[in-house]
Ligand binder design. Structure first.
Ligand SMILES: *[C@@H]1O[C@H](CO)[C@@H](O)[C@H](O)[C@H]1NC(C)=O
Ligand SMILES: *[C@@H]1O[C@H](CO)[C@@H](O)[C@H](O)[C@H]1NC(C)=O
Length: 335
């Protein structure tokens, strides 16, 4: 009994120390850049951190396209952003990253209707919903967080390429997570990672971590493939943010985690700051393949920089999202 109390006390002390550290290092995006004439897409820009990001960018005068799979949430968010910012140039479009078909439809619509794309914020994600397979036969967490984002980014590249200019690259910013540290990509067994569906808490966290380390590997591989273009891709680690993302774990855990994050770590507004920094800061637009944390360049775990893994993952991803070689070539041509 006494031992247990000591352990609890130690945990509380560590938690408080972490909280004080986190709260005191929470950085804020200081950029005063305006975005008139620019177009941005924020996936998941209809709630939580994404809504704060979209609202900030609308304040700066951008044309803002928010996307999510829920019509009501989307139309309400659009109204709210317009109401708050008086920028009427805000659209909502349906996008379900868990469906390859939906991603293709969304991208085709954007390529057809938009003249430019300055910033693509891959902010949408689901947490540890675990072992649910999608209609495309992938693990839902892997597909929403990684494969769907991979496909969307590639399909929008021609417009990003058309928009990026010397001295002002167009930017792809992808939200990853500190949990990428538990992620592990085994290039000899990518299938196992993809279909990993044993149910228990650690495994679910692991799937989430896998999806996030894949995003870092993707950014590194795409950076190489975009050399000599005016498109950059960077990752942001928002820190532990209290949003509804945890609800998909389970209501009780989700609520506890959310409240813990709000108390100890970041609010959604605070969580949005690093993505805004990567989207707006002049110097942040001059790097690619960087990992931002607290509005500064930091780094992911070492194995996220393995060229061989990144290349193998790229090839497997192209196959799984069913892109043909010709389509991949098209993605790298400017519109
Ligand atoms: C909306 O934004 C686009 C891109 O920034 C711009 O070209 C267009 O003029 C804006 N439209 C309105 C109605 O403000
Ligand atoms: C996991 O999913 C795969 C394919 O989605 C299925 O074939 C397999 O039976 C599942 N395994 C378990 C343990 O549920």
């Amino acid at each position: 009994m006494f031992g247990l109390l000591v352990i609890i006390a130690i945990i509380v002390i560590i938690a408080l120390a972490v909280a004080v550290y986190q709260k005191s290092t929470n950085a804020i995006c200081m950029s005063r850049r305006r975005l008139e004439g620019k177009t941005v897409i924020v996936t998941g820009g209809t709630a939580g951190m994404g809504l704060h990001i979209a609202t900030d960018l609308a304040h700066r005068g951008a044309r803002v396209i928010i996307a999510c799979p829920f019509k009501d949430e989307g139309t309400n968010a659009r109204k709210q952003i317009i109401h708050e910012t008086h920028n009427v140039n805000v659209s909502f479009k349906l996008l379900d990253l868990a469906s390859l078909k939906s991603v293709r439809q969304f991208a085709a619509d954007i390529l057809e209707t938009e003249d430019r794309l300055d910033i693509l914020l891959n902010n949408a994600g689901v947490s540890a919903s675990g072992d649910i397979p999608t209609a495309d036969g992938m693990n839902i967490v892997m597909q929403v967080n990684y494969y769907g984002t991979f496909l969307l980014t590639l399909l929008l590249l021609p417009l990003l390429k058309k928009t990026g200019k010397p001295g002002e690259s167009s930017r792809i910013i992808t939200t990853t997570s500190v949990i990428h540290m538990v992620g592990m990509v085994n290039i000899h067994n990518l299938d196992k990672m993809n279909y990993w569906n044993k149910t228990n808490y650690w495994d679910k966290t692991r799937i989430y971590g896998n999806s996030k380390i894949c995003l870092v590997l993707f950014a590194n591989e795409l950076t190489k493939r975009l050399k000599n273009s005016h498109v950059v891709i960077n990752n942001v680690d928002p820190g532990a943010v209290g949003t509804r993302i945890f609800d998909s774990i389970n209501m009780v855990y989700g609520t506890i985690l959310r409240v813990a994050c709000l108390l100890f770590f970041k609010t959604p507004w605070q969580g949005a700051q690093t993505a805004l920094h990567a989207a707006l800061d002049r110097k942040a637009g001059e790097v690619s393949g960087a990992y931002f944390k607290n509005c500064k360049i930091s780094s992911a775990v070492k194995r996220a920089y393995c060229d061989k893994t990144a290349k193998a993952l790229w090839e497997e991803s192209v196959r799984l999202v069913k892109l043909t070689a010709e389509e991949v070539d098209q993605c790298f041509k400017s519109l």
